[in-house]
Design a protein around this ligand. Structure first.
Ligand code: IPD
Ligand code: CA
Ligand code: CA
Length: 251
């Protein structure tokens, strides 16, 4: 199943890159206030859905663009292009995210950044990998020495309490801050130690499902903003585990 998933996400990457290389031609639509979707998102997801359900017809499917098909305890959770806003501007930090959940437990996850040609993969209990090399989270154990990343999905929905104040609090107490534009990539960059912590509120399960498994298998922590060890797309905090207690005080 692993190689089938990896082949599927790589083929999906080729399709996405074809669209990426002819951005001037592709139609961009708004699917909400400050939320875009393109023909690439739709075509990549329909390719992935056809491949996965062609091989596992009894499985359920939850994709950002095509919605939910229930009926099985085995469910594929797919974001065909995570970072559409980056994609349409010709930036490189966008990715494809595919996770397999069985009986509500994440079992396998892959995040592929086609333009960077980086493929992250994890299977529950078997570690995390980037381009077939094992990855682990960083050793940074003081927030003042840390590089952190976040996102501002919250601003699309005019949430009461958004991320701006939290970002200022944390930025004042960290060495570096980044906003890469793909939550799936943000999580993978915690997993391979490029970043020491990532948090974002108001995401969706398809943004984070594969990435949270990759972080956990790389030795990182996944909690909500109170430190509860749950996967909550409304409030996801990923760290290298060493910074968890200290960063929670600023969340
Ligand atoms: C977006 C990216 C971004 C995050 C947004 C998401 P999309 O995914 O993950 O980093 O801040 O909230 O919506 O919409 O491009 O699939
Ligand atoms: Ca997304
Ligand atoms: Ca998406």
């Amino acid at each position: 199943m692993d190689s089938f998933l990896i082949n599927t996400i790589k083929e999906a990457g080729t399709i996405a890159l074809d669209y990426f290389d002819q951005l001037a031609e592709i139609k961009i639509k708004k699917k909400g206030d400050r939320d875009l979707v393109t023909v690439a998102d739709v075509k990549v997801e329909s390719f992935i859905r056809k491949k996965l359900l062609g091989k596992y017809p009894k499985h359920s499917f939850y994709g950002e663009e095509s919605g939910i098909q229930e009926g099985s305890a085995s469910r594929w959770i797919v974001d065909p292009i995570d970072g559409t806003h980056s994609f349409v501007r010709g930036q490189y930090y966008w990715s494809i995210s595919i996770a397999l959940e069985i009986e509500h437990e994440l079992q396998m996850g892959a995040v592929y950044a086609p333009r960077l040609n980086d493929l992250y993969f994890a299977k529950k209990g078997e570690g995390a990998f980037k381009n077939d090399s094992k990855i682990v989270t960083s050793n940074v154990d003081q927030l003042r020495e840390a590089m952190v990343s976040t996102g501002f999905a919250c601003l699309r929905s005019n949430l009461e309490k958004n991320n701006l104040e939290r970002f200022s609090r944390i930025a004042e107490n960290t060495m570096g801050q980044r906003r890469f534009g793909s939550a799936a990539m943000d999580l993978c960059m915690v997993a391979d130690g490029q970043v020491d912590a990532f948090w974002e509120q108001h995401l969706n399960l398809y943004d984070i499902a594969a990435g949270v498994l990759i972080v956990k298998e790389a030795g990182g922590s996944i909690t909500d903003f109170t430190g509860e060890k749950i996967i909550n797309p409304e409030a996801v905090l990923a760290t290298n585990s060493k910074l968890l207690d200290e960063i929670l005080a600023y969340m």
